[in-house]
Design a protein. Structure first.
Ligand SMILES: C[S@@+](CC[C@H](N)C(=O)[O-])C[C@H]1O[C@@H](n2cnc3c(N)ncnc32)[C@H](O)[C@@H]1O
Length: 262
């Protein structure tokens, strides 16, 4: 497993400087990189102690701080943590903290408890062990805390991305092994060629991992839009989400969930 994590660490590091530049430009002109949907679902987070898992170069972490949360970002990649601290300093967000860690090991080195564990947009697929991830989430939550997760819907993950909006099954829904990718990124800056590994999980596996770790799913929402632009054939809706018009109200592309301590 370690060689997969190492490959992903190297792979994401190639994007860190470009992401810093791209997110700095975005956050200099706009208050937030969070979508309307996320802001609505999170509600009022002023004063909440929040930990952001897989924070990349900290753009969403900074957006959450601007919403009034007391934030800590965690990412695997030292270059991401370096640029996250730089981005926060550049934008005058002085109280954001950043920790370099594999999220599957955070419970071994960090004992603080949080009101909110936040993790969104391209996260679960990088984790080789969902049960271990869920135990780490549980470890970070205080008694009234909750997890907020928003990610690609597992059913969306089966489609051949090059064929969409035509529906061609390319990846099995019931997937047990790592997928090797040759390219990384592309959603904030140009994609780079770098070997990486990812995993698909079913809806059942996600819910079961959280439940077995001691969490209670309060709600799980499914959406007919994607949170990023995958293809030129998508159109943007009024909330900044990306829709394939022919699949509107027909297929799930994104899901979010809130889980509390049981
Ligand atoms: C698609 S990005 C997350 C998107 C993020 N919302 C953003 O704004 O860029 C995935 C992130 O997960 C991080 N990552 C991958 N595997 C990880 C792991 N095992 N532990 C911690 N972070 C990890 C990568 O370094 C990368 O920053």
């Amino acid at each position: 497993m370690d060689e997969y994590i190492e490959a992903n660490r190297r792979s994401w590091a190639t994007l860190a400087a470009d992401h810093y530049e791209a997110f700095k430009a975005r956050l200099s002109h706009s208050e937030s990189t969070l979508s309307e949907t996320q802001r609505r679902e999170l509600g009022d987070i002023r004063g909440k102690k929040l930990i952001h898992l897989q924070c990349n170069t900290g753009a969403d972490t900074i957006s959450l701080a601007r919403m009034g949360a007391r934030v800590t970002g965690v990412d695997l990649v030292p270059e991401n943590i370096h640029y996250a601290r730089k981005l926060a300093a550049d934008l005058g967000v002085d109280d954001a903290r950043f920790i370099e860690s594999n999220v599957l090991e955070i419970m071994d080195k960090h004992d603080e408890q949080y009101d909110i564990v936040y993790t969104t947009e391209g996260v679960l697929c990088w984790l080789p062990d969902l049960h271990l991830w869920a135990r780490n989430v549980f470890h970070l939550l205080g008694p009234d805390g909750y997890l907020y997760l928003l990610d690609g819907h597992p059913f969306f993950m089966v489609w051949d991305e090059e064929a969409l909006p035509e529906l061609v099954v390319r990846y099995p829904y019931f997937h047990k092994t790592a997928d090797r990718g040759e390219w990384i990124g592309g959603y904030a800056s140009e994609a780079k060629q770098a070997v990486n590994y990812c995993w698909n999980y079913t809806v059942g596996e996600i819910v079961t991992a959280l439940s077995q770790a001691g969490l209670h799913i309060e709600w799980l929402h499914e959406f007919d839009w994607l949170y990023y632009q995958e293809s030129e054939k998508q159109v943007e809706d009024q909330d900044g989400n990306w829709i394939f018009a022919e699949h509107r109200e027909r297929l799930p592309f994104t899901f979010s969930l809130k889980a509390t301590i049981r």
